[in-house]
Design a protein around this ligand. Structure first.
Ligand code: OGA
Ligand code: MN
Length: 258
């Protein structure tokens, strides 16, 4: 059972540094998770596409699935391809179910929140968890190994965010006070579109399709210079096709601020 409480602050694209306040963070800063990199099997690392252009896929994905990215322009695309990775099918359906089940034991007690005072996220409930069963612990270790270099101090608490079908996240940048250079997230249940937009010039944007069971790793400029958001149902259009939104859960790990 999760015993931690969270107090989250997110803000819009205007102010950069006030996104996150984990009330428990102070007590858990000194985690020292050392990990070795594992080889990812059965997963495709997919780069970005500029509109309907090229796909930089390192693994053959020959089905007719949509490419995972579309962008306003080459510059935005370049930043994202260097600093944002999506690994398709990072977990299998069984692992997804297992993560879901454990997250659900706590989430189900909470109400979805709308029009919260912080106003950056709508239709959501969330928690942070440090204790997971052995199966899920192994999954999370794979996530951490994929996202963080060995020896990088990581936040022990794993952030679980449950977005309702009509939930969405507005553009924001995670607080540099409470979160380091890398944010990684597993997506469960439904596809969604994450939009990154240049903080200084929001006309520069990249849309990224986050499919269930995929892992994204956002780092460097994509994390610091671009806002990120999860598009609401009405805006969930990708390469001209509607991507139906449903309930979506993300399981996020972060490293410590430097
Ligand atoms: C956040 C956030 C993205 C996601 O909670 O700060 O940006 O994948 N979440 O749910
Ligand atoms: Mn965020």
């Amino acid at each position: 059972m999760n015993t931690s409480t969270i107090l989250l602050r997110r803000c819009s694209r205007i102010s950069v540094n006030c996104l996150w306040t984990f009330s428990k963070l102070r007590g858990v800063r000194k985690s020292n998770i050392t990990s070795s990199r594992t080889t990812l099997q059965n997963s495709a690392t997919v780069g970005c596409m500029h509109n309907v252009g090229r796909q930089f896929s390192s693994v053959a994905e020959t089905d007719s699935r949509l490419p995972l990215c579309e962008s306003s322009d080459k510059d935005a695309e370049d930043v994202v391809t260097k600093n944002f990775k999506v690994i398709k099918n990072f977990i299998n359906e069984e692992e997804e179910k297992s993560m879901l089940k454990e997250a659900e034991t706590y989430l189900k007690r909470l109400r979805y929140e709308y029009d919260h005072w912080d106003n950056a996220i709508h239709g959501y409930r969330e928690t942070e968890k440090s204790r997971w069963n052995d199966t899920n612990k192994a999954v999370l270790q794979r996530v951490r190994d994929a996202a963080f270099e060995p020896g990088v101090p990581q936040l022990v608490l794993v952030h679980v965010l449950d977005l309702a079908k009509d939930g969405y996240i507005k553009p924001h940048v995670d607080s540099v006070k409470f979160c380091g250079s890398t944010v990684t997230g597993l997506s469960l249940l439904s596809s969604s579109i994450m939009r990154l937009a240049n903080e200084k010039d929001p006309k520069q944007w990249v849309n990224i399709l986050l499919e269930p069971r995929s892992l994204y790793i956002m780092t460097g400029q994509a994390r610091y210079d671009f806002t990120h958001e999860i598009l609401k149902q009405e805006e969930s259009i990708f390469h001209g096709k509607v991507i139906p939104r449903d309930r979506r859960i993300s399981i996020m790990c972060r490293n410590e601020p430097t």
